[in-house]
Design a protein around this ligand. Structure first.
Ligand SMILES: Cc1cc2nc3c(=O)[nH]c(=O)nc-3n(C[C@H](O)[C@H](O)[C@H](O)COP(=O)(O)O)c2cc1C
Length: 179
């Protein structure tokens, strides 16, 4: 089972990216989490250039389509998701890469309620399948925890493992339903 992790932050020291990388360390047997790295290379979305299918867009689409499920985490900027994340999502609307895709929406900050609500609304509009038990808020922001420390923190790692198991279960259920 292959999961793609998409962070809405381009910062090297991003809490959201650290959270997703920690989840990659915690992936259960038979599942792997790959970090999506191309969001900063995407051009700004413009319907006029959509037909030319810029290479970074094609690469992102291929990564999403080949993943069994997505893990998404975005910082909150000015009560919304980051421009980086919104730009990536806008590129994926027309190609329908998100349709019926199981998605875990991770929130690294209990304060970031607006971004999380917005993310939920956008991916729902894109017909993705939000996996509720895998969509959790964990208090990473302000904790000072590194990726390594998140992965061994007793309560947080247990919650992240449970989220990953829930995502695996949703993928398995979806596969069975399509047989
Ligand atoms: C331009 C800007 C706007 C922000 N707006 C909010 C906000 O509205 N609400 C909030 O909770 N945090 C806000 N923050 C704080 C970020 O969400 C926080 O720094 C977060 O750690 C960034 O995520 P990252 O560590 O993954 O890069 C803002 C930060 C920046 C740089």
């Amino acid at each position: 089972m292959k999961f793609l992790a998409i962070s809405g932050s381009l910062r090297a020291a991003s809490h959201n990216s650290a959270l997703l990388r920690a989840m990659a360390r915690l992936a259960p047997a038979g599942a792997s989490v790959e970090m999506c790295r191309g969001l900063g290379d995407l051009p700004l979305f413009n319907p006029d250039i959509e037909a030319s299918d810029p290479a970074p867009v094609a690469a992102l689409r291929a990564q999403i389509i080949s993943a069994d499920a997505l893990l998404i985490a975005s910082p909150e900027y000015a009560h919304g998701i980051t421009g980086v994340m919104k730009n990536a999502l806008d590129w994926m609307v027309g190609c329908e890469a998100f349709v019926l895709k199981p998605i875990a929406l991770l929130n690294a900050s209990p304060r970031a309620v607006h971004a999380q609500a917005s993310l939920r609304e956008i991916v729902t509009m894109m017909s993705a399948q939000i996996v509720e038990p895998a969509s959790i808020t964990v208090p990473i922001l302000g904790s000072g925890l590194s990726e390594e420390q998140i992965a061994v923190h007793p309560e947080i790692s247990a919650a992240l493992r449970a989220a990953l198991e829930a995502l695996c279960a949703a993928v398995t259920t979806g596969r069975a339903a399509r047989l």
